[in-house]
Design a protein around this ligand. Structure first.
Ligand SMILES: [Zn+2]
Ligand SMILES: [Zn+2]
Length: 167
């Protein structure tokens, strides 16, 4: 959805919407998110403060993530709010928009429009955990045969010990 940023009323513009699970596409370039287990419910409010524009939002969904250790998919609830400040100045008939924070880029602004899909995509990625683990004590994959040590047992580690005794 594109939201025009040039005529925001003083009381703000508010919008609520739902994005279906198939909205998330593999080509979004974030392979840690394998998909969505439930629709995204989103709320965005845009309002002016002086010469600035504030974009506030809330999103909640259930993500399908890939465990960093065992590479199996698992689900994780995500609910987060965000606030982004923009400064806008008219420049030779055009609009110049500047983001007042460093940790985001302006990909979610398209000319004088806010691209709500893009800002939600960025917020989902920003809110991923540093380490994705299916369980806190995930045993991961056997480095030798690659079996999932959470569900299978292999004899690699005992063989490994034999090797190290020899050397
Ligand atoms: Zn795991
Ligand atoms: Zn093994």
């Amino acid at each position: 959805m594109k939201i025009d940023l040039t005529n925001i009323p003083l009381e703000g513009k508010e919008t609520k919407f739902i994005l279906k699970p198939d909205w998330w596409k593999p080509d979004f370039g974030e392979n840690r998110i394998m998909g969505l287990e439930s629709p995204i419910s989103a709320w965005i409010k845009i309002y002016p403060v002086g010469k600035k524009i504030v974009i506030e939002g809330f999103i909640s969904t259930k993500l399908l993530l890939m465990c960093d250790r065992c590479l199996e998919p698992y689900t994780k609830d995500l609910a987060t709010d965000f606030r982004v400040y923009l400064s806008m100045s008219p420049f030779e008939g055009e609009l110049e928009i500047e983001l007042l924070e460093d940790d985001l880029d302006l990909d979610f602004i398209d000319g004088k429009f806010l691209d709500s899909d893009q800002i939600i995509k960025e917020q989902l990625i920003l809110n991923l955990p540093m380490k994705n683990l299916c369980t806190i004590d995930c045993k991961g994959l056997c480095p030798i045969c690659g079996c999932n040590l959470n569900t299978a047992r292999c004899s690699c580690s005992s063989r490994n010990e034999t090797f190290s005794n020899v050397s």
